[in-house]
Design a protein around this ligand. Structure first.
Ligand SMILES: Nc1ncnc2c1ncn2[C@@H]1O[C@H](COP(=O)(O)OP(=O)(O)OP(=O)(O)O)[C@@H](O)[C@H]1O
Ligand SMILES: [Mg+2]
Length: 446
């Protein structure tokens, strides 16, 4: 492809996203088309090598390589990037605030909406080492009229709003800045990865009806729940694909790299998927010779770990009342008979159920197992929806959800405010004093 063709239409704004995963770094370059959609122009996605380097060095080295690959494949130079952030140290909590409308002559203006949203971040105590990365407004109320999505121009005595505040440790934010700057780039925005995933994996009607997106990566499982097209809950825990690989390495006494390959090549988590119990060779450790292992034994090791992960997701969603609590029947083998035997209440909260994405969504049999564990709601696997690039096939794998989704999120953020589809959110690009932090983003709400 000629450079001019590769680098897209000259007048279209270029955007760049960065997914710093635990197993790989992804840099994605796109352009915003007239219709607001994104065309992907190129990407770089090297595996993270964590040998002798320290972790920051390994990240910077992989990032530099990803940038070069992305620039070469797109013909576009990279400078400002939207970066994903996730993991169990990212917290979210609900806050509410109310302001009188007398300063606004009883009419809801953009300023009034900004002010009440800003107040929600002052209504809660949170640890001093956390910075707010998103303020996600829910519905507004005017006096006792609740559930107003956009109250602009409406009249009343007071305006209130409920928001979801998403916070990340300042140390992690600084480290991201350091890594990005060491690679010669600038952080344009930090985005919670589940929100990015949702931009390219979920459909609008799923978000309206209620849906939980679950990104099972290498080290963390990240969850976000949408309802009425708004993010209402986020959480994360540190168990994911690497926990499965580690169990295979210990269980079969083989190096981690071999365990990773074995998982991808021979692994399934649903034993009834295996028609016959074939054998494969497991490389030994420390010069020991390899040995034979049965695919059924491997499936059992994988099943135990992924079952735990999916059950943790279920427990989290149950604790938040997004799913009904179900009792497990004693002495029942869940893999053979279905996991639950609780009463079949109608679940109202997650009308569109669960969408599983991230690299571990590529594990064979995961959908069947998830359908048993979440037997009261719909379950599907999610991957980036086809886009208008030549990379559609390659990038429509679940492990690219965050990188591609970040581009979609960035495109929304670059749109003039009136045209945005997503909730307006704060995007942190620098760490400063608390007030500075607010004042820098407060203008971005509407
Ligand atoms: N075909 C497959 N079968 C099973 N697991 C797979 C397959 N392909 C990828 N994985 C697993 O997916 C994980 C990587 O997923 P992903 O790229 O989403 O993680 P990451 O973004 O690097 O990590 P994190 O988000 O946790 O920081 C690895 O554990 C890998 O083993
Ligand atoms: Mg990830």
């Amino acid at each position: 492809m000629a450079k001019e063709e590769k680098s897209g239409n000259e007048t279209n704004k270029k955007i760049v996203s960065l997914d710093i995963g635990s197993s790989k770094i992804g840099v994605f370059i796109g352009e915003i088309l007239e219709n607001g959609k994104v065309r992907i122009l190129g990407f770089g996605n090297p595996v993270m090598k964590k040998g002798d380097d320290n972790e920051l060095e390994a990240t910077v080295n992989a990032l530099k390589k990803a940038v070069v690959d992305a620039e070469l494949s797109s013909g576009v130079d990279v400078k400002e990037v939207y970066v994903g952030i996730a993991g169990s140290s990212v917290r979210s909590l609900v806050s509410r605030a109310r302001i009188p409308l007398r300063d606004f002559e009883g009419v809801v203006t953009k300023e009034a909406m900004n002010r009440v949203v800003e107040q929600t971040s002052q209504m809660v105590q949170y640890p001093a080492d956390l910075d707010i990365i998103h303020v996600l407004p829910g519905d507004y109320s005017i006096d006792d009229r609740e559930g107003i999505k956009n109250p602009l121009g409406m009249e009343g005595a007071s305006l209130s709003v409920e928001t979801l505040l998403v916070m990340a440790p300042r140390g992690i934010i600084r480290t991201i800045h350091k890594a990005v700057e060491s690679a010669g780039l600038v952080v344009k925005g930090l985005v919670l990865e589940q929100l990015a995933d949702a931009c390219c994996v979920l459909y609008k009607d799923e978000k309206e009806l209620g849906v939980a997106i679950v990104d099972i990566g290498a080290t963390s499982t990240d969850i976000a729940v949408f309802k009425d097209d708004k993010v209402v809950y986020t959480s994360s825990f540190n168990e994911a694909g690497n926990s499965i690989t580690n169990d295979i390495a210990y269980g079969l006494t083989t190096p981690i790299e071999s365990a990773e390959e074995i998982k991808k090549e021979h692994g399934t988590c649903f034993r009834s998927n295996l028609l016959d119990d074939s054998k494969f060779t497991v490389p030994g450790i420390g010069g020991r010779s390899g040995k034979e292992c049965s695919t059924k034994h491997l499936a059992y090791i994988i099943y135990c770990q992924i079952y735990n992960i999916l059950m943790k997701v279920r427990a989290d969603l149950e604790a938040q009342n997004f799913l009904n609590k179900k009792k497990k029947t004693e002495n029942e083998n869940p893999e053979e008979k279905g996991v639950f035997n609780g009463k079949d209440d109608v679940v109202k909260n997650l009308g569109a159920g669960i969408v599983i994405t991230g690299g571990t969504a590529q594990l064979k049999g995961i959908l069947e197992l998830a359908e048993q564990i979440f037997d009261d709601v719909e379950v599907r696997l999610g991957a980036p929806q086809k886009n208008e690039s030549g990379f559609s096939e390659i990038l429509s794998m679940p492990l690219y959800s965050t990188g591609v989704g970040l581009l979609n999120y960035a495109a929304q953020n670059e749109q003039p405010r009136g045209k945005r589809e997503t909730q307006t959110t704060k995007i942190v690009s620098a760490v400063g004093s608390k007030w500075k932090r607010f004042s820098s983003w407060i203008g971005q709400y509407i």
